[in-house]
Design a protein around this ligand. Structure first.
Ligand SMILES: NC(=O)c1ccc[n+]([C@@H]2O[C@H](COP(=O)([O-])OP(=O)(O)OC[C@H]3O[C@@H](n4cnc5c(N)ncnc54)[C@H](O)[C@@H]3O)[C@@H](O)[C@H]2O)c1
Length: 311
């Protein structure tokens, strides 16, 4: 089974590439333009079944030759410009990702790909209208370019399925964290500050809640959807449903690291900082078939390997 993973040098994509390569009879090709990715995350020396090509999925001439030479049977399209600050500072760059989605889907259609998996985001729900946020009943409320692009991606998948019969799976990822996450995301940022004894900065009063999903839970649930042929032409929220406020997270990090850091409050972000998020994870639980890892345990695992956070 030949599997292509786009964004393969990124946090979640490198983990899925390594996991898929561990399944019997798979060959995995990871592509990435290395904009925010880091090749070390793929640990290529430890995983000879994973290959890597530097490639920009938003440029058709670049990604098309990869498809025509590798002929993937399954595609995990996870490449994207990510991060609240990066995506709000560079909205035009974010909109270019629509080209990548179209390129990948055209090539999937033309190369007879059996199923394409797309990393959508909790951001498609926008500022919440109900809790918990359900894949089918909660209206989408995407306003910012990053969320709109994910929403467009989902519409592309439904349309290519409708017109061309291309099978798909949409994963709506909620905040995911783990040892290889880039240092500009909240968990890594807080841990980095705590380990260095620096102030932990919080936008607003810190009462905004998030749910935090440990990377292994994300990877196990999505790999099971692939292996067991589930969530076909459908959507699954992939996340944890235990809400934690940003202030609680900061205090937990300070306690676990034994840090002398203080929390410092900045004015709330003007855009992009939702008050609350909480997914309905009935499907995720069924995919996972075990309990999700509690935040405290996940943070301990992150603290056991801080190579990327302290980089
Ligand atoms: N981490 C989360 O909590 C979270 C939440 C919701 C959705 N997601 C989605 O999951 C996916 C992976 O995110 P991540 O957190 O691992 O971020 P990441 O930045 O670590 O991974 C994204 C990767 O895509 C690569 N990339 C970006 N544009 C590219 C292009 N045009 N061509 C080739 N490669 C390109 C980057 O270099 C990077 O390696 C993204 O699609 C993101 O939108 C993540």
């Amino acid at each position: 089974m030949r599997i292509l993973v786009t964004g393969g040098a990124g946090f979640i994509p490198s983990a899925i590439a390594i996991r898929l390569a561990s399944l019997p009879g798979t060959e995995v090709l990871a592509v990435d333009n290395l904009s925010t990715g880091d090749l070390r995350k793929l640990e290529l020396e430890k995983h000879p079944q994973v290959r890597f090509i530097k490639c920009d999925v938003n440029r058709f001439e670049d990604i098309s030759s990869v498809f025509y030479s590798f002929r993937p049977e399954y595609v995990f399209h996870y490449a994207a410009v990510v991060g609240v600050k990066r995506t709000t500072d560079h909205p035009v760059q974010v909109l270019h990702d629509i080209d990548g989605i179209r390129n990948v889907l055209d090539l999937c259609k033309n190369c007879g790909v059996k199923r394409v998996f797309f990393s959508s985001s909790s951001e498609v729900y926008g500022e919440p209208v109900e809790f918990p946020q359900n894949e089918h009943t909660t209206p989408l409320n995407s306003k910012l370019p990053y969320a709109i692009v994910k929403n467009i991606g989902e519409a592309f998948l439904r349309s290519y399925h409708h017109e061309y019969g291309l099978d798909y799976t949409v994963f709506r990822f909620f905040n995911t964290y783990g040892p290889k996450q880039s240092k500009d995301f909240v968990v890594s940022k807080f841990i980095r500050a705590a380990l260095k004894g620096e102030d932990i900065t919080i936008y607003g009063d810190g009462s905004q809640t998030r749910t935090f999903c440990f990377i292994d839970d994300n990877i196990e649930a999505s790999t099971n959807a692939f292996r067991r042929n589930e969530v076909v032409n459908d959507v699954a929220n992939i996340g944890n449903d235990h809400e934690t406020s940003i202030l609680e997270l900061a205090h937990m990090v300070i306690e676990l690291t034994g840090s002398s850091s203080r929390t410092v409050h900045l004015p709330p972000l003007e855009v992009g900082d939702m008050t609350r998020r909480k997914p309905d994870i009935a499907r995720m639980r069924a995919l996972l078939g075990r309990d999700l890892l509690p935040l405290r345990k996940g943070l301990e695992r992150v603290l056991a390997d801080t190579t990327f956070i302290l980089d």
